[in-house]
Design a protein around this ligand. Structure first.
Ligand code: C5P
Length: 228
């Protein structure tokens, strides 16, 4: 298929505390990065996988991913100073036959193939799409040490990945972002800045971004059942 997934995996994992970078920590015997990539490798909707790894680890990550037998691995590139820079570097390695580009965080292993194909279908129809889930908690701003105003949660969503785009839209979005040097925490924002609408596709509460030690302990508890 004419679909590539870019996987930024060049973060330092500082919020996880000391020790091994989280993308290399093992979940059920495989590094987290491998767990995440296997889903895409086995997903019929995806043709190519491109990973951005920390500059000093490109060789090692590449060897480990070859060893894992990922059939769709197309390139392992050097990551950037930010997630945005890592995506931009990965985008340059996308083969010319690709028309749809997905971006998926390495640290979100709890993704199912039907979520991936749901995003791909929505991109083919609308040009851009992302998984997201509705906010369930009450939201309130903190002011100093106390609570201030309540934020109306009606219509608010937590953005997840994969996020998917027509290739030309994502390329233009990153080119513009680089020229203007305005950072964003996801690719949807960059594409919205071009004036394009982005479709919402229902995600799953399991699709967490493993960021803190608490997330990691939840992930290790869920993983064995997830793979059943
Ligand atoms: O830092 P953040 O939580 O946004 O990281 C989300 C994803 O982006 C992670 O998979 C992380 O490895 C990746 N990342 C990256 N390059 C950076 C920073 C983060 O590829 N410089």
């Amino acid at each position: 298929p004419d679909v590539a997934v870019l996987v930024p995996a060049a973060g330092s994992g500082t919020r996880m505390g000391e020790g091994t970078r989280k993308q290399y920590r093992e979940l059920g015997g495989d590094p987290l990065l491998v767990c995440t990539l296997r889903v895409f490798d086995q997903c019929d909707a995806v043709g190519h996988i491109i990973v951005a790894a920390p500059a000093e680890d490109v060789r090692r990550v590449s060897d480990r991913l070859q060893e894992a037998g990922l059939r769709k691995l197309t390139a392992v590139v050097e990551g950037g100073a930010s997630r945005q820079g890592s995506v931009r570097n990965a985008l340059r390695a996308v083969p010319s036959s690709v028309n749809v580009v997905l971006v998926h965080d390495a640290v979100r292993p709890f993704i199912r193939a039907h979520h991936v194909s749901g995003v791909v279908d929505a991109v083919r129809e609308h040009g851009a799409a992302s998984l997201a889930v509705p906010v369930v908690d009450t939201l309130r701003r903190q002011e100093g040490k106390n609570f201030g105003a309540t934020v109306d949660r009606d219509g608010l969503y937590r953005m997840q990945t994969p996020q998917g785009f027509r290739r030309d839209w994502l390329e233009t979005a990153h080119r513009e972002a680089r020229t203007k040097d305005v950072p964003a925490t996801d690719d949807v924002e960059l594409v919205q800045r071009l004036g394009h609408s982005v479709r919402s596709v229902e995600g799953s509460a399991y699709n967490v971004k493993i960021t803190t030690p608490t997330d990691w302990s939840l992930a290790t508890a869920i993983w064995p059942r997830w793979c059943e």
